[in-house]
Design a protein around this ligand. Sequence first.
Ligand code: ADP
Ligand code: MG
Length: 620
Amino acid sequence: MADIIQLLPDHVANQIAAGEVVQRPASVVKELLENAIDANATQIKLIIKDAGKTLVQVIDNGKGMSATDARLSFERHATSKIRSAEDLFQINTKGFRGEALASIAAIAHVELKTKQELDDIGHTIEIEGSEVVSQDVAVVPNGTSICVKNLFFNIPARRNFLKSNNVELRHVIDEFHRVALAHPDINFMFYNNGSENFNLPSGNYRQRIVNIFGNRTNEKLVPVEEDTEVLKISGFVGKPEYAKKTRNEQYFFVNNRFVKSAYLNHAISSAFDGLLKPGTHPSYFLKLSVNPETIDINIHPTKTEIKFDDEHTLYALLRSAVKHSLGQFNIAPVLDFDRDSSLDTPYDYSKKPTITPTIEVDKTFNPFKEEALSGVRVAAARGGASKDSPSWESLYVGLESKSNEHEDDDFKGVEFESEETTETIFTEDNEVEKIQTTYQIHNKYIVSTIKSGILVLDQHRAHQRILYEDFLRNMTIKEGVSQQLLFPLQLHFSSHEVHIIENLMEDLTHIGFIFSNIDEDLVEITGVPVSVPESEVSIILEQLISDVENEVPESNFSATDLLAKSLAKSLAIRTGQSLQREEQEHLVNKLFACKEPSVSPTNRTTFITMSVEELDKKFI
Ligand code: ADP
Ligand code: MG
C-alpha cells in the first residue's frame, strides 16, 4: 500500500494550534497585551468592538519591529524571546512559544503596523487566514498596532460557539484587569464600542487596584509583605468584612504573570479562618516573586496554571504572611461572625420605642402549685408583641423555643426575666393544644404530615420558589414595598457594573429599591425592599451583576426573570439554618400557595411526597 502520511500545510497546522491558543476574543486580548508588555511599552491602548468579536486592537509605544521581524512574527514557532531549550527555565517575558500571532492570523483578519524608533519609516502587513494580503512601508508612529478583525471568520462553528456580548465582554475585562494589575507602571487605556472604559495612569500597585475597582477599595486593603529567600510576597488582602459572594477579586501573580492555583488559594482562605461570613470569599491581590528556575509555566498552553518545585513551603509562607497582616492590622479580634444572629434585634423592633416593663404581682401566685403558672405567663407576656402578627419577619423573633416544649413545666418558670423568652412562652402557651405538624431535619428538610402520607421539602429551594414568585409579582404589578433607609447607602462599582444596574433599574424600582443617584462608579440607594436587609444590599447587587454577566444566552432571556431568580437565590433561607416551628409551617403554607410549587426557580425539585401505602410497603 502507498504511504499515506503527509505533513499538514502551515495554514492548517496554524488553525489547529489556534484551537488551543484562541478560545475567545479575550484570548486575543491577552496575547496582544502581553506582546506589547514584552516590547517594553509604557503606554498600551486596547480597543474593542462587540466584545472583541468584530475588533480587538492593541496599540503600544514599545520597541516595534523591523520589516523582516514583522513578517516573521506571524510564522509558527517564531519568537525573539527564547533561543534554546535552556532558556525555558529562565523566562522573564510573557510569551515564549512564538505561537500567538501565527494562530491569530490563521483565524482572523489581521493588520499590523509597526515602526522602530531609529527607523525612518514603518511597515504594514495585512494577513487573512494565514495568507499575506499586502505588505508595505508606511508612515506610522513608533511602536506597534495590531488589529484583529472578524475573529473565527473562517470557522463558523467556533464563531457560533461564542457566548453573548455580555459574557464575552466580561472575559475581556477580566483579562484586561489581570494584565493591568500585573503592571501598574504601564499606562493602560481601554475603549469599548467607542467609549472609554478605563484610563489607568501609571502608578503604584495600590493606586492601580483603586483605579480599577473604585475609590472605596482603598479602605478595604490590608498590605501583605514578606521577604524570604525562596519567596517574596507583596500586595494586599481585602478586610474580611468586605469579603464577597463571588470570587472575582482574587488575584495571584507569580513573577508578574496571573496564575490560578487552588492550592495557594486554600492557603489564603485558611488564613481567614473564622473571620468570614459563610459563603463569602476574601479579596486578594498578591504578587509572588520566585526564582524562575523553581517554576514550570509550561504545563498549560494558556499559561494560567503553574507548577512550583516546593509548593508546601509556599503554602506555609503565604498563609502565615496573610495571617500576620490580618493580625497586625487588628482585623482579627474586632470581628465576631460566630455571633448567633437569632439574638439580634429584628428589623421590626429596631424602630419601636422602648416599652418600660410593668411589674404586675400576682399575689395569689404559689410556685408550688401547678395551675398558677399559666396565669403568670399571660401577665408577663402583656406588652410583648401582639399574638396576632405572625408576619414572616416576626417569625424570626425570639429564642429557640423547641427546647421548652420538652421541659418540665416547673422549669419554664426560670426563664421569666427576659422579654424575648416570655414572648416565646406566650406563643407556646397558646399552641400547647396544637399538634406539631412539621419537623425540621438536618437543618435542611422540613417534614410534614399530609392526608395521604408525608411530605418532605427542601427549605432552601422552597423558599427560593416563594421569593421568586413574590418578586415577579411585585415587578409586574409594580408594587414592591420599600423601607426607607435612614442614611443613603453609597455603593461603589466599576463603570461596567453600574451600567448593568442601570439596565435593571426599572425592575429593581418596581420591587422596592429606590435609587437617588447613579454616577460613573457609584450607586446611591435610599430605599430597599422590605425583605432585603440593609447590610446585604451590596452583596445582593454583586451577585446580581455576576448572574447577569454569566447569563447563558437564551432566546427567551428576560432581565425580569433573571433579577427575580438572582434575588430569590441570595435571600432564600440557607441549608443549615435552623427554623422554628412557625417558620417551618409558614414555609409549607407559602410554598403551596405558589403557582408552581413543585420546582425551584432553577427547575430543581422542591418537595417529595410519600404515601402511607409506600411507607407500608417498606415495612413488609
Ligand atoms: P511570543 O510572544 O511567544 O514570542 P508571538 O507570536 O506572540 O510569540 O509573537 C512573535 C514575535 O513577534 C515576538 O517574539 C516578538 O518578537 C514579535 N512581536 C509581537 N508583538 C510585538 C509587539 N507588540 N511589539 C514588538 N514585537 C512584537
Ligand atoms: Mg506573544
